[in-house]
Design a protein around this ligand. Structure first.
Ligand SMILES: Cc1cc2nc3c(=O)[nH]c(=O)nc-3n(C[C@H](O)[C@H](O)[C@H](O)COP(=O)(O)OP(=O)(O)OC[C@H]3O[C@@H](n4cnc5c(N)ncnc54)[C@H](O)[C@@H]3O)c2cc1C
Length: 411
């Protein structure tokens, strides 16, 4: 016979958002009124892997401009949950922050495990129940409550909080089962696409594998500039990565899939501090200095040797000697340095994406309460919502902040 449990609030998904939602609800209604239902064997698996095990938990510069997605939801969450509020939320659990020079906040111990342990310990103190390896088959909404059907148990809950995350990084157990449960309840699945991911390219430069360079990456679509990011670019034979590439990846995917733009390209400026005329003067000097060497030598004093060779190949003059370069050759080389161009290839797999863009927007979810517009007493928080931030602690901050909402509005 199936066991039947009755509870006030069921939190579906025990990640960053779910743990926060459970803590806030338990503080208001008592732990015995809250249960966390986690599909995986352990709670907080993704949280443990964040920031390379250091967990970039928040950022001093939190503001909507660091996010993409539904502005109503983003503004509503961030206006309730500032960086200061995040510091206090964690300090109340005994967790201190350490901030780096760019405003990124980490747990003082630099260990993501510390974040999870403080949250679990708070949940234990509050007496919140947790059920792991909990595989939900279906959910039915009755007049006054939800019935959650799993293999050996049915749970009746007055309120549901969905915090199932997204399919980003499936090697950490992520999938879209939360969206499918909501779809069965009549809430259509939103568009979802990878963000904060490396970008695959049509061009293949085996020579560039493992090379890193500082520069700017500009995205062009339909022959117009879209956005520019600056930072370290990491090259692989057929992919670009690095924080600035991660930050631009969601816009690349959006233009490729949803805006159906043409002629999408990424132009890398490998020497952004130098104008074209600066480079002209510099290269003219190097042409004399390296007159009997191959073209890439013109860039010996400026770029990584392999990168210089790839740039010279891109300009189509790699086999010439410096002394034979014409004015047009020099111009082509300068263009190659200032706009080393790659064509992105869309990949809809989430394998290396840190987050998922898209999600439920304010047509589906009320931005103030984060309750479904269609189904009363059903809340959604965390990465399931249409909000994705840049690298730097913005995504976890949003997950924690959005999860403050249900407790505020549940009666
Ligand atoms: C490798 C990596 C590093 C990252 N580093 C950072 C970082 O340093 N800083 C930062 O801000 N962001 C980082 N992120 C992003 C950040 O981890 C996410 O934005 C954040 O975890 C989202 O929180 P969430 O609670 O919505 O989802 P999750 O943390 O993914 O939690 C969702 C939980 O729900 C469970 N679940 C799913 N479906 C069901 C179901 N049907 N029933 C029950 N349970 C279910 C999952 O198993 C999971 O435990 C990183 C992401 C990755 C992949």
């Amino acid at each position: 016979m199936k066991e039947r449990e009755i509870i006030k609030i069921a939190v579906i998904g025990g990640g960053a958002a779910g743990l926060t939602a459970a803590i806030k609800c338990a503080e208001k209604f008592g732990g015995r009124n809250v249960i966390i239902l986690e599909r995986q064997m352990n709670i907080g698996r993704k949280l443990l892997s964040t920031g390379n095990g250091r967990c970039n938990i928040s950022n001093k510069n939190i503001s909507p401009e660091h996010y993409h997605g539904d502005k109503n939801i983003i503004n509503s969450v961030l206006s309730d949950f500032s960086y200061k509020a995040s510091k206090k939320f964690f300090a109340d659990m005994g967790l201190l922050f350490r901030q780096d020079s760019e405003g990124r906040a980490y747990p003082y111990s630099n260990q993501s495990a510390a974040v999870l342990e403080c949250m679990l310990s708070r949940l234990n103190c509050l007496g919140v129940k947790r059920s792991c390896s909990f595989k939900i088959n279906s959910i039915v909404k009755n007049k006054n409550h939800f019935e959650i059907y799993a293999e050996n148990v049915t749970i009746c809950a007055e309120y549901l909080i969905f915090s199932c995350g997204s399919a980003a990084y499936p090697s950490l157990g992520a999938n879209t089962s939360g969206f499918e449960l909501l779809e069965n309840l009549g809430i259509p699945k939103p568009k979802l696409f990878p963000a904060l991911s490396p970008i695959e390219t049509k061009e293949k430069y085996s020579i560039l594998k493992g090379i890193r360079a500082k520069g700017t990456v500009s995205l062009y679509a339909d022959n117009k500039p879209v956005t520019v990011k600056e930072g370290e670019i990491q090259f692989s034979d057929k992919r670009l990565s690095g924080i600035c590439v991660f930050d631009i990846s969601r816009t690349v995917n959006e233009y490729m899939v949803y805006k159906k733009a043409n002629n999408i390209k990424l132009c890398i400026d490998l020497m952004p501090e130098y104008t074209e005329s600066d480079l002209w003067i510099y290269m003219k000097k190097c042409k004399t200095l390296f007159s009997n060497d191959k073209t890439s030598s013109l860039l010996t004093g400026a770029l990584n040797k392999k990168l210089a060779r790839a740039v010279a190949a891109y300009a189509g003059i790699q086999d010439k000697l410096c002394k034979t370069l014409s004015g047009n050759d020099m111009k082509d080389l300068i263009n190659a340095v200032k706009a080393f161009t790659f064509m992105p290839v869309y990949s809809d797999n989430f394998n290396s994406a840190q987050v998922c863009a898209g999600g439920y927007d304010s047509d589906t979810i009320d931005p103030e309460t984060l309750m479904s517009r269609k189904i009363n007493n059903l809340f959604v928080c965390g990465e399931m919502l249409d909000a994705d931030g840049e690298c730097g602690g913005y995504n976890l901050h949003f997950a924690f902040g959005s999860a403050m909402k249900p407790a505020k509005y549940i009666k």
